[in-house]
Write a protein that binds this ligand. Sequence first.
Ligand code: HEC
Ligand code: HEC
Length: 329
Amino acid sequence: MKKIILIGIFLALPIIVLNSCNTSSAKSIAMESPNKDSYITIDTSKIPNDKFGESVRYGKELMLRTSYYIGPNGINGKYLGNKMNCTNCHQDAGTKPYSLNLMSSHDNYPQYRGRENKVLTLAERINNCIMRPHSGKPLPLDGKEMVAFLSYFKWISTFVPKDSLFKGAKNMEIFFPDVAASSARGKVLFTENCVRCHGEDGQGQYNADKSGYTYPPLWGKYGYQPGSSMHRIIKQAQWLKGNMPYDKVAIGKPHLTDAQALDIAAYVNDDAIHTRPNPKTFDYPNEMSKPIDYAHGPFGDTFTEQQHKYGPYKPIIAYWKKNNLKAVY
Ligand code: HEC
Ligand code: HEC
């Protein structure tokens, strides 16, 4: 009896080994050898040809042509208040390195969000972007569009490691100068680097059939709301460093210096000069989890609104550190 069991195990062994080889090779195809020293590329021809794949494809389309489908004149529903597309900020449909990359989002939710002081699902987080950058009304959580966004985020997440460590997962880092960011210096830099596409009035340019933008607006009634994270100067400067001017930046090779990116972000987000929709947004019930560049009090420290908005940021970070707290930005 014993002998037979033993022989059975020996016979089974090579099969077990073979099986594990198969699994790992299947995985390495799906993951395209993710490594934090190299950029991850996605092969959309691998989207499955089934019902789930259909939803993934529609999700990708929604990222790229959001306004066409669900904009103010959307063919599948009128949800957005402007004609911007998700990809205007989350470039390459959320897969471009250093561009508010969304490839780990599916793995990272549900997540505690200081802003609402509660745990949000990914669907609720998507609706925040529908409401703030797009001045829209929330998508029904079980509707075809939300399911498509979620399917797409799930599919792109299969290309990245579960610990979220990959090159370009976050925006580029900004090293803070000792001086505050200056909207006046930013205006000069804006003329030199941004006006040729976004226009002197910052209103951008529609595409040929006006279903979206060739160059999206940066402020005004069709720009993102002040409650958007893009309105925070550090957050925007990190994104500008990795992505703008559009024609001068290669992936990982910025054109602007850190100080220039901060000055330009200060000009773009200067509410004394530029208007935006829905200027009053109240949130962050928990002030200790407010990012330091979110410029609406009350604050968990002693710095002014002006300094939270424009810096210098180093003293704020040092203050938080001294109190054994981590400054968020
Ligand atoms: C004006 C720029 C802008 C537009 C347009 C925009 N977003 Fe965002 N989005 C942001 C910023 C900024 C963040 C915050 C990222 C951070 O906190 O680091 C964000 C965060 C997110 C997150 C959370 C990511 C995570 O892993 O925590 C999701 C999901 C998201 N956006 C989806 C979308 C979708 C879907 C659309 C289109 C309907 C969209 N966004 C349009 C700027 C934008
Ligand atoms: C060569 C044209 C070009 C130049 C120059 C340029 N941009 Fe852009 N910008 C774009 C395009 C195109 C997009 C949308 C990207 C996409 O959809 O993939 C964009 C998107 C943006 C966005 C996010 C969407 C929005 O409208 O809020 C911001 C912010 C932005 N640019 C700011 C700037 C700033 C600031 C400068 C100057 C430092 C600049 N851009 C220079 C073409 C340009």
